[in-house]
Each structure stands twice: as C-alpha cells, then as structure tokens.
Design a protein around this ligand. Structure first.
Ligand code: C2E
Ligand code: MG
Ligand code: MG
Length: 671
C-alpha cells in the first residue's frame, strides 16, 4: 500500500511533480512530432493527389483550354487561394508576348477591375510577374503586392484587396509556353513546398500543349502543301464547300475562285532543273501571299478580315484563290490584276533572273454553283482560255465557255472512236522548187474523214489530241502511213529522184524518250530509204532541255532522217539557239510570207531569216505562198522552195502522184 501523499516529504513531492512535468512535456512533444509527421504525410498525399488529378485531366480533356480551366480550379483549391489565371506565350513578327488566355478561376466576383487590367495588357518578357516568370523559367512568389514597384497591376490589386501573388511557368522542353499566376488576400510568406511542387505541375500542363501541338501538326500536314506551306487541294475544297453553303443561306453573299497557272514553268523546270522549279514555286507562293495581304484586296472599305481569302497550291504550278465576301466579280478581277502585277518582276533563282507570268481563270458565284468541283472546273476552263488567248492574262468564266467545254468533251470521245475506227487520212501538199518548178517533196497532213462524209482539218482536232495525249497514237499512225506513201514514191521514182515525205511531230511525241527507236523501227518495217523521210518539229517543241533536244536530233541524224524546223518565226527561239542544233530545213511561217507583198518589212525579215539559215547550212521553205506575186517576191530574194496553195492544196495520194508526174514531165521536157 502506498503512503498518502500529504505524508510525503515536500522534497520528494517536488521531485515527483517535476518528473510528472517532464513526462507530460515528453508526451506532448511526442504527440506533436507524430502529429507533424502525420500532417506532412497528409500534405504529401495531397500533393500527389493534385499531380495525379492534373495528369489524368491532361489525358481526358478535349482541349488545352478545358484542361487549363480545370487545372486553375484544382490548384486554387489545393493551395486554398481564391484567384488563378493563365497566360499564353504568343510570338508574332519576331516579338514574344504574354497574353491573357482569359481563363480564370475566381472564388468571388469582387476582382473585376483586376481581371480587366489583366485582360487589357500584354507583358513583354521580363515585364511584371508573368514576364519575370517567363524569363527566369522558375516559380515566383511576391508578398506585399499592392506596394511593389515591379507588380504592374498594383493599384487594381490594392482595390481588390490582393496581398500575395505567385506564378509558375508551363514548360515544353526548355521552352516556356504559358504562365499560371495565383493571388491571395492573405499576407503569406513563401512556401517552400509549394515552390517545389509548382514546376512538377507545370510539366504536366506542358505535356498537354505538346500533345495538342503534335495533333495540330498532323492536321496541318494533312491539309497543307509541304513545299510552300499553303493550304492544299483538300483544305481548299473544304473552304469552298463552306463558302457555297454560306452563300446558299445568305443570298447577298458572293464569292469567287481564281485558278492560276504559271506560264513557261515547264521551261524553267526542264532547263534549270526541278530544284530551281521548286524554288520558283516557293517564291511565287510568297508573292501571291503578299498580293493578297494588302488591306484593300477585296476593295471593301472594311476589308480588314484576313479570312476573306484562301490561297492554295493544288500541285505543280497551279494555285487557287478563294475570295469570300465579295460584292461582284469585278472584285475578283481586281485581285487577278494584283496577282499579275506581283509576278511581273523577275525572280532570282540560283543567281539567274527568271521571268514568269500567270494565266488566270476566274469563276464567280454569280453563275450560281451548287458544287465545289463545278466552280473549280469552270475557273480551270477560264484559265485555259486565258492561256489560249496569249497567256499572262485573266479570263472570266461564262456560259459560252461552259458550252465550249461540253463540246470539247464530246469531241474527245469522238476522237477516241475515230482512232479506233481508223477514220484518219493523209493528204499531201507538194513542196516546189521555186527555181525549177520541180516537186522536191510532200508534207503529209492529217485529216479526219468522219463517217458522215465531213473532212475535218487539223485545226479542228489536233489541239484536243495534244491536250489528251491521243496525239501520240495518231502520230504513230501518221508516221507509218507516210512511210508507206514514201515507199510507193520510191518505187515510182527509184534512187535519188524520189521526193521526200515530211511528217509533223508534235511536242508530245518529241518528248517521248523512245522517239528515235520508234522511227527507226517503222523505217525498217516499211523498208524505205531514211533520207526520204523528214520530220517537222515546231520551235516550241524544241525549247527546253537543250542537251536532250540536241541528243534526240543527233540520234535522228544517225538514222539518216532529216529534220525541219516548222512555223519558224512564231516561237521564241533565236537563230543563235538553232545554231547548235543539227537541223536541215527551216520553214518560214505563213504569216511572214502572206505579208511580203504588202509590206517591205516582212520581205526584209524573210530575207534576213533566209541568209542566216543559209549561213547555218539549212534549206529554206516558204510556207503558204498563195499568189504569183508572193512567189515572184520569194524568188527575187533567192528563196529555194515554196509550199502553198499557189502550187497546190494538200491532196490525196493518187492526186499527189499525178501532180508529181505532171511537174516531173514538165521539168524533164527540154524547153
Ligand atoms: P503545218 O505543219 O505548218 O502545215 C501547213 C499548214 O498550212 C497546212 O494546214 C496547210 O494546208 C496550210 N497551208 C499550206 N499552204 C497554204 C496556203 O497557201 N494558204 C493557207 N491559208 N494555208 C496553207 P493544215 O493541213 O490545216 O494543218 C495545220 C497544222 O496542223 C499543221 O501546220 C501542223 O502543225 C498540224 N498538223 C497537220 N498534220 C499533222 C500531223 O500529222 N501531226 C501533227 N502533229 N500535226 C499535224
Ligand atoms: Mg508542218
Ligand atoms: Mg508550218
């Protein structure tokens, strides 16, 4: 049994009291320690929960904005701070700025003035809290906000009773892409744990932006041309669909499509190479963009919306422009003129000056379109018309043009049938020596003998055949048929006396890599002397890759075939260009010949061409003399050969043979 306390000695009592005190204190301390540990554990758990929530939301959110909105609320809740806001980093024209994303979390509405001040101002790097956070790439903590010089919104902060601020950057790799800022009315000292946590949150936030960027890039790549970065056909058509739908809803809305095709692009590509071609395309894209950027593009007093036009590259040297919200087609014409002007100055490509121009077709919604394909097709047709009318110009699509296109389509079908059914015939036009009157040869000229009896001249179908590529098949047929005629003439006039037969070779045929081989095999198959075959090639077909042209001509030379340059004077080539090519005959275009009797200048031109051709060792044939006066003029300047109606129109083979017989006997009869 213990003794009652009152009986204890007072010293003993004091000792016991002290011990009890110590024990109590130790227990208290132990409790505090474990409570602090628990609290720390709890805080750590909360931090992990925050990071986990943010990471999950990053994966689930539909957009970066949705995600940021959630994150602001979640972080404010975690810190028990009433106000949060996000900035995005925007770069334009070489300047970087921090601009409000107008994303806020606010526990009460009493911060209106502060929000306004934030929304209305942008921060340069280093400027204010967001600028400092951007520059340092680290979290910032500001106390005593209303009195700080470096807090630029201090007066509004004071009005809204804001006392403490903190901010942290959102990173994608090394790059700061956004800044989050938070505010509290309490005077709070920097929290090391919060400052340590923020960069981790910032990383999660950055991942969402990174993912969004990758998605944007994918979408962008699928809808843009990789060379120029312009919208591609798919995106252009999508915008066109939208415009059509919009115009359907609003009767007074008009739009137009410009179809732009570069003139002479093929020449640049062929002569300077594909890389140079690509460079030209890129520079043209730049100039077209510049031409559209001008504020008065659409000639609207309020035309400041950059969305009123879409420039796209369809491929190759084809560009399109969609102009929305125009008043009438003349607005589109104005833009077409601007495009023309933009291409006027030469381009510097690999140290060379390169000139190009554009043929532009315009189709406007005034014609009432229901489909994107239809308006694009019509703009394309108008472009072709611009090309046909001399290039470097624009043409507006109209109903007649549409009709012409339908007719052309029908013609194409008919021509395919005509090839299958062998409805073509060759006529032969004599080439006559102006000195002796003897027939030196014939030019084989193709005609389409329609089943209904109509005889169609090349002017009615050759161009379509060129455009569709059918000319290659027709050309092969013409070559074989002409060689057969040459064979008949060889048999009638054996040896050197047989007249030559000339065959026209289109540029498409000339571009075929196996042209020489084809000719060689037809000559062998039909069995003619290659000297009796001539090929007529126009100047324009010979422009382009000089080395290739020269190589093909040399190959033909080796076969023994002679080559004439047809329609000379209508193309771009100069005689110095011809100088390096192995050519035998130069045919002066009919336009010069028909003018010689009327004006002295033409006679002078013909004389000059002749003397230069002679210097190059070429024979000259004057195309299309129609009367005695022209013939005598040609004779007077020493032109050797003529091929024109004056002597004979193109005639069928039996008539040609009869003509030949007549002139041969006439020239052979001694007079
Ligand atoms: P081209 O090769 O320059 O042929 C001469 C053209 O001038 C022929 O027209 C001929 O009938 C015409 N002509 C000749 N003398 C006179 C004249 O005194 N007055 C007038 N007004 N015309 C004259 P055609 O037969 O209508 O052929 C036109 C063009 O079609 C040819 O011009 C040639 O470029 C092309 N062509 C004709 N046949 C063929 C062919 O088989 N293949 C290819 N690729 N093109 C052909
Ligand atoms: Mg010809
Ligand atoms: Mg000709």
């Amino acid at each position: 049994m213990s003794e009652p306390i009152e009986r204890c000695d007072p010293d003993e009592l004091a000792r016991i009291k002290r011990r009890l005190e110590r024990e109590r204190a130790a227990r208290r301390e132990a409790e505090t320690v474990s409570e602090r540990g628990l609290r720390r554990l709890y805080a750590r758990e909360q931090e992990l929960l925050l990071l986990q929530d943010v990471a999950t939301a990053a994966n689930l959110s539909q957009s970066v904005r949705d995600f940021f909105q959630y994150a602001l609320a979640r972080i404010c809740d975690f810190m028990a701070w009433p106000l949060g806001h996000a900035y995005e980093v925007v770069s334009a024209d070489g300047e970087t700025r921090l601009r409000s994303m107008t994303l806020w979390y606010a526990r009460d509405d009493a911060v209106g003035t502060f929000r306004d001040a934030t929304r209305l101002r942008e921060f340069a790097p280093g400027e204010g809290l967001p600028g400092q956070t951007f520059i340092s790439g680290k979290p910032q903590w500001l106390t005593g906000v209303p009195d700080r010089e470096d807090f630029l919104r201090r007066s509004e902060a004071r009005a809204c009773l804001i006392s403490t601020a903190c901010a942290f950057p959102v990173h994608v790799g090394e790059e700061v892409v956004a800044v989050f800022e938070f505010f509290s009315e309490r005077a709070l000292q920097p929290s090391q744990s919060l400052l340590a946590l923020m960069p981790q949150v910032g990383l999660h936030l950055g991942r969402a932006i990174e993912r969004q960027r990758a998605e944007d890039r994918l979408i962008h790549d699928a809808s843009h041309d990789p060379l120029t970065g312009l919208p591609n056909r798919a995106l252009f058509l999508e915008r066109l669909h939208q415009s059509i739908a919009h115009a359907r809803r609003k009767a007074d809305v008009q739009f137009a499509v410009l179809f732009i095709d570069l003139d002479r692009f093929k020449i640049v590509n062929d002569s300077l190479g594909h890389l140079a071609g690509d460079r030209l395309i890129t520079q043209v894209a730049g100039r077209l963009t510049g031409a559209l950027r001008r504020e008065d593009v659409v000639a609207r007093p309020d035309a400041t919306t950059p969305d009123s036009s879409t420039l796209a590259r369809l491929g190759g040297d084809e560009f399109t422009i969609l102009l929305t919200d125009i008043h009438d087609p003349s607005d589109a014409v104005r833009v077409a003129n601007r495009v023309k002007d933009a291409l006027h100055q030469p381009f510097a490509i690999d140290g060379q000056e390169v000139y190009t121009s554009a043929s532009i077709g315009i189709a406007s919604s005034a014609s009432g379109y229901e489909s994107a394909d239809a308006i694009l097709r019509d703009a394309d047709l108008a472009m072709y018309r611009a090309k046909a009318l001399g290039k470097a110009r624009w043409e507006l699509f109209d109903r007649e043009m549409h009709q012409a296109a339908m007719t052309r389509l029908a013609l194409e079908t008919d021509l395919r049938h005509a090839l299958q059914n062998e409805e073509f015939v060759l006529h032969y036009q004599p080439v006559v020596s102006l000195r002796t009157g003897e027939v030196a040869g014939f030019e084989a000229l193709v005609r389409w003998q329609k089943p209904d009896g109509e005889l169609v001249l090349p002017g009615g179908f050759i161009e379509t055949m060129e455009d569709t590529g059918l000319i290659v098949f027709l050309g092969a047929w013409v070559l074989r048929e002409a060689c057969r005629a040459a064979r008949i003439l060889e048999e009638l006039y054996p040896g050197e006396r047989a007249p030559s037969i000339s065959v026209n070779v289109s540029s498409r045929q000339f571009a075929q890599p196996d042209l020489a081989a084809q000719i060689r095999s037809v000559i062998a198959e039909v069995g003619i002397d290659p000297h009796h075959l001539r090929l007529e090639i126009t100047e324009s077909a010979m422009i382009g890759d000089m080395d290739r042209v020269a190589a093909v001509l040399r190959e033909l030379k080796e076969i023994g075939v002679r080559v004439s340059i047809d329609d000379f004077g209508t193309g771009y080539s100069s005689l110095s260009y011809l100088h390096s090519l192995p050519l035998d005959v130069l045919k002066i275009d009919r336009s010069f010949v028909s003018a010689i009797a009327r004006n002295g200048e033409s006679l002078q031109i013909v004389r000059t061409i002749m003397s230069l051709a002679h210097n190059l060792g070429m024979d000259v044939i004057a195309e299309g003399p129609e009367d005695a006066e022209q013939v005598s003029q040609l004779r007077s300047i020493g032109c050797e050969f003529g091929q024109g109606y004056y002597f004979s129109r193109p005639i069928d083979l039996p008539a040609a043979i009869a003509f030949l017989a007549r002139t041969r006997s006439a020239t052979e009869t001694p007079c």
